[in-house]
Design a protein around this ligand. Structure first.
Ligand SMILES: [Zn+2]
Length: 207
């Protein structure tokens, strides 16, 4: 039924015209200067604002783009950088993430840095990072500046994220949450709540 074609009014176009004019203007501005110099200038600006008054010892870190708001996890042993990435589940993070590793550090030898924009860490995440990187520092960044800096602290109890190194442990066979008590903070040593296996160093692994 009702197969009549509806009346169409076709005089509705000024909005689009204004938009395209604006677009053209923006493109012209962008291409006015050479692309390359503009890129390096903006990079320089963000690095500068991220480190006003930085000493030469900080220069190495500036090779990683600064973030405006978020969290920087520094002084992570190079071998543990990707554990931090996993703890924070950064594979699915939608904002900027920069990861650098094998940087020189007077404090811990070779270190890594993880910068996460638009994210603050939970207490549990900080506790888990402390286990893999007991000397890590957590810097909360607001408007390119460090607003709060803290050193992680190894927790007394570990749950869920870590795996018992004993393959016969009930926590590896049954669907139960792993659980460990920390018996030494430096170096980190943990004892399994179920099988009493003592783990340290490389034996302490994420699930
Ligand atoms: Zn166990």
């Amino acid at each position: 039924m009702a197969a009549k074609t509806p009346k169409q009014k076709t005089h509705k176009k000024p909005a689009k015209k204004a938009g395209s004019k604006l677009g053209r203007a923006a493109i012209r501005t962008a291409s006015g200067s050479s692309g390359a110099s503009e890129y390096s200038a903006s990079l320089g600006a963000s690095e500068h604002s991220g480190s006003s008054g930085a000493s030469s010892s900080h220069r190495r870190e500036l090779r990683i783009a600064a973030i405006r708001d978020g969290t920087v996890i520094d002084h992570v042993p190079a071998a543990k950088v990707f554990d931090v990435v996993e703890i924070l589940n950064l594979k699915s993070h939608k904002d900027v993430v920069s990861i650098a590793t094998n940087l020189g550090s007077k404090k811990i030898g070779k270190k890594g840095i993880v910068k996460v924009a638009g994210r603050e860490l939970t207490k549990l995440e900080v506790d888990e990072i402390a286990v893999v990187a007991p000397q890590a520092t957590i810097n909360i960044i607001k408007d390119f500046k460090v607003r709060q800096k803290s050193i992680v602290e190894v927790p007394a109890i570990l749950t869920a994220a870590f795996k018992c190194s004993n393959p016969k442990c009930v926590s590896n066979i049954q669907p139960v949450e792993s659980r460990f008590e920390i018996i030494s903070k430096s170096p980190v040593k943990a004892i399994c709540f179920y099988c009493e296996r003592v783990m340290g160093g490389e034996e302490i692994r994420l699930k």
